[in-house]
Ligand binder design. Structure first.
Ligand code: ADE
Length: 230
């Protein structure tokens, strides 16, 4: 999968893509990440990309022109262009707190694309006319961060880990939300830590009972999660 990240702050990503599972996915060429700096598309001699909002108000707004040309530079064609296979069409995603909340189902859908273009806003966001040039607006939660860079890292991490060859497919099947349920609780050695013991059933060796216990715990956790997240 090719991932183009459109940002004014590419250095924010340093580190997050070199370590662990994502680092390995890049090394093994399962994903190919490419940074496109919005400033490279500024026609201002100081490479300025933002301006004051029309109508007044605080903060600065990222201008539409450099973002538009940055998106165009990725090879994205007009929205209505027909592709042989839907998922070979590049998908342009804008990270914004006003977007659809990211859920497992969306991650599964995004993971089928061959090419994602992820646009990160900053300051007070990008000029609203960006809506004409993106396919999806995605939020990682109902809170506001300083920009779309950290949300983009969250999105890329969640997509990459479910791509074939990145982690064992059994691990993905056991994920929270894979089957609409939260994951069951996991324990490892030691059996007792500061008076807290691993549930006896997990040490019993009875796989049928262990399985039944895990299903029950998954349901209970899911119900609690649903109540807590209301
Ligand atoms: N940019 C700032 N806050 C954000 C959020 N919660 N989700 C996505 N992009 C953002």
């Amino acid at each position: 999968m090719k991932i183009d990240i459109i940002t004014a702050f590419p250095k924010m990503f340093v580190g997050s893509f070199t370590e662990s599972i994502i680092g390995r996915a890049i090394k093994n060429k399962i994903i190919n990440i490419n940074f496109i700096n919005i400033r490279s598309f500024s026609n201002d001699k100081h490479k300025k990309i933002d301006d004051r909002p029309f109508g007044g108000g605080c903060g600065m707004v990222i201008k539409i022109e450099p973002v538009y040309y940055a998106i165009k530079s990725t090879g994205v064609k007009k929205k209505n262009k027909k592709y042989k296979n839907f998922y070979t069409k590049p998908l342009v995603i804008y990270m914004t707190p006003q977007g659809k909340i990211l859920k497992h189902k969306l991650i599964l859908d995004f993971s089928k694309y061959k090419h994602l273009v992820i646009v990160c806003g900053h300051y007070e966001g990008i000029d609203e006319r960006i809506k004409n040039y993106v396919d999806e607006e995605i939020s990682i939660g109902n809170y506001v961060l300083t920009g779309g860079e950290i949300p983009a890292m969250v999105l890329i991490d969640s997509i990459t880990r479910i791509l074939p060859g990145v982690i064992k497919s059994d691990s993905i099947k056991n994920d929270s939300f894979f089957n609409g349920l939260c994951d069951y609780p996991s324990y490892t050695r030691p059996v007792v830590f500061k008076n807290h013991k691993v549930p006896d059933i997990l040490l019993s060796g009875n796989h049928k009972n262990i399985n039944d216990w895990r299903i029950k715990k998954s349901y209970n956790k899911t119900i609690k999660h649903k109540i807590d997240s209301k």
